[in-house]
Design a protein around this ligand. Structure first.
Ligand code: ASP
Length: 326
């Protein structure tokens, strides 16, 4: 019989109230699978592993390397799909990291919950059930890593958490979900991942890529003071990829030393390339050596740049990699 591997990383889906107040990670992969009704009717063996038990803000790139390795080992051992349970705060980063480092056709599906296991109406069991159904679905093969929440199937390169508490927090701005789980049946009509595969190199844990969000009136002083710390930088720019004119000298100087990727803080759409011509515009910044992020949002741009820098990619390779997401 085929098998689906469920790997637990922590997050609200695995949390319960603690004696000292607040909810904390408490459940392992076995507990999570045991809480899902209807799995016995699926003709599949489900294996479980608790790899981490952390709130997702405290996961780091070293954890993602370990996860990517385990996912690839499960697939090599015959898993027809792998499901990861994960905190929702950084699910976007983990999903995109796996999308970039696991090239196999077998579905890799990340899910979580907005309500903890002992709340009134936890969404974790329903999300895990839907994720397992997607992992089993031939329609999900070859699409790269997927995020399944609230019966929606999102592509890793598009998905974002857009709400602090709603069970409908996950969206793919501008594109929409790749599919839906209807009556337990996945209907997926996605497009394949762009085909870029990078090694899950342990050196990612040593690469320091900063992410700064630009705001009105920023004169670049904070960035200037922190500039020496970065091996690379992602700028979440204003609008279509803009910074105040006062920041331009600082940004340009940094771009002369390390790769600086230009993304947008807007939450949707692509960075532009050839529209605005004022100091601090996208044309100005790209002329000064910044690299455009395409449709990749700032957090995903940071994941890609980190993976590229970990393997010593040069500027041309980095630019080509980001061009795939235009
Ligand atoms: N803070 C939690 C986490 O990311 C939120 C969640 O899982 O929904 O671990």
């Amino acid at each position: 019989m085929s098998h689906v591997a469920v790997i637990a990383m922590g997050g609200t889906i695995a949390m319960a109230p603690s004696a000292s107040g607040g909810i904390v990670p408490a459940l392992g992969a076995d507990d999570l699978v045991a809480s899902v009704p209807g799995l016995a009717e699926l003709a599949v063996t489900i294996t479980t592993e608790s790899l981490r038990s952390l709130p997702s803000p405290s996961l780091g790139f070293a954890d993602l390397v370990a996860l990517s390795v385990r996912v690839q080992e499960e697939i090599a051992a015959g898993a027809i799909g792998v499901v990861i349970t994960h905190g929702t705060d950084t699910i976007e980063e983990t999903a995109f990291f796996l999308d970039l480092t696991v090239p196999s056709a077998e579905p890799v599906v990340v899910t979580g919950a907005m309500r903890h296991a002992q709340s009134a109406g936890p969404d974790g069991p329903a999300n895990l059930y839907a994720a397992i159904r997607v992992a089993l679905s031939p329609a999900a093969r070859g699409l790269g890593t997927l995020v399944v929440m609230s019966d929606e199937v999102h592509g890793a390169r598009f998905v974002r958490k857009s709400h602090t508490s709603s069970t409908g927090a996950f969206v793919s701005p501008g594109f929409g979900p790749l599919g839906l789980v209807v009556e337990g049946d996945p209907r997926v009509r996605g497009v394949a991942r762009p085909g870029l595969t990078l090694p899950a190199d342990p050196r990612v844990a040593e690469v320091r890529v900063g992410l700064i969000t630009v705001a009105m009136g920023d004169d670049g002083q904070l960035l200037q003071r922190a500039g020496d710390l970065f091996d690379g930088l992602v700028i979440a720019g204003l609008g279509a990829g803009h910074v105040p004119a006062a920041m331009v000298p600082v940004v340009a100087e940094l771009a002369g030393r390390v790769p600086v990727v230009l993304s947008t803080r807007t939450g949707a759409g692509s960075v532009l390339r050839q529209t605005y011509g004022y100091p601090g515009s996208e044309r100005d910044l790209l002329d000064r050596g910044l690299i455009q992020s395409g449709f990749l949002d700032p957090a995903k741009s940071r994941v890609l740049l980190t993976l590229l820098l970990a393997v010593g990619a040069d500027r041309e390779t980095i630019t080509e990699a980001f061009d795939r997401y235009r």
